[in-house]
Design a protein around this ligand. Structure first.
Ligand code: ATR
Length: 286
């Protein structure tokens, strides 16, 4: 079996957990990889990606701030990437000799939601997404694909909500490249939604900047589940989950999504699906 030349590009890149995660995957699947973190400045992005793949690179993860501009270097954009306008995984296709761009964030989240909350399987699940930036955009198609319920959007700046809804509200009811299933677009501005919410996802970038606050009361109760796309390095709650815990004890941070989206990238590059049972202790306790 050949060695895979892989890496992650970002600016900054020092704190990326991807090298550690992929090396754990490699060990477990007995695949040999050389996975490096690369600090790439925006002005060097195009040339770096080109050189990496010309010099035998197999795959790159892409993190901030390059998730949108990396598309300039890819010839083949997946339907999902075309829709959300961003990617986190670049793969070199030896057959077409082209760089292929994919986004594994949404599917990575979905896998964790199903795993943690056993959602979406049979019951209608209404999902409220807080935030209307790139993170919200990248997860909406997967939620839309999986959910039997409605998707509700709220954001601190109200004007961004409608433009996000409009992005999905078109005549092309395609399935974004997911296996065949008709997606019916049911995205609501929170102002037009008065039923119970089953799951609240924090897709804001509020992160660890202080106690989490939301500008309005939400229609949640003790049965509502809460999920934070951010994660902490310990068992301590993120500020969002600290806030959520006043309503419900059914909440998780985004650590599982982090591992799942990485596993999906690993599979795109190597064809092998690694075990995703990595714990915080595996990554944070050296
Ligand atoms: P990302 O790519 O991480 O989504 P982004 O595109 O800059 O980053 O979007 C950040 C999102 O987090 C926005 O929805 C932002 O709200 P505004 O549109 O009102 O700026 C939201 N956000 C950031 N900090 C926040 C905070 N402290 N409270 C609530 N929302 C916040």
């Amino acid at each position: 079996m050949r060695d895979y030349k892989l890496g992650v590009i970002g600016d900054p890149i020092d704190h990326s957990l991807s090298p550690k995660i992929h090396n754990l995957f490699a060990k477990e699947t007995e695949i040999t990889i050389d996975y490096q973190p690369y600090h790439v400045l925006p002005e060097n992005l195009d040339s770096f990606i080109k050189d990496f793949f010309i010099n035998g690179g197999d795959g790159l993860n892409v993190t901030l701030p390059h998730k949108i501009n990396c598309l300039r270097s890819a010839r083949d954009l997946s339907p999902l990437v075309k829709l959300i306008g961003a990617a986190n995984t670049l793969t070199y296709s030896r057959s077409s000799e082209e760089i292929v761009a994919e986004s594994t964030d949404g599917e990575g989240l979905l896998g964790d939601l199903i795993d943690k909350f056993k959602l979406f399987s049979k019951n209608e699940t209404n999902v409220l997404i807080l935030g209307a930036g790139g993170a919200a955009l990248s997860i909406i198609p997967s939620i839309e694909y999986a959910s039997l319920g409605d998707i509700i959007l709220d954001n601190r700046s109200q004007e961004k909500i409608q433009s996000l809804i409009n992005r999905f509200d078109n005549d092309d009811k395609s399935n974004y490249g997911f296996p065949s299933k008709k997606i019916s677009h049911r995205l609501y501005n929170i102002d037009n939604f008065d039923r119970d919410i089953d799951l609240v996802i924090n897709a804001t970038s509020a992160g660890f900047s202080g106690p989490f606050k939301w500008h309005r009361e939400l229609n949640v109760n003790s049965k509502t589940a809460f999920y934070d796309l951010s994660y902490s390095s310990s068992e301590e709650k993120t500020p969002f989950l600290e806030w959520a815990s006043q309503y419900s004890d059914n909440y998780y941070d985004g650590f599982g999504m982090l591992i799942n989206q990485a596993a999906l990238s690993f599979t795109l590059w190597t064809g092998s699906s690694p075990d995703t049972e990595i714990t915080k202790a595996d990554l944070f306790n050296d």
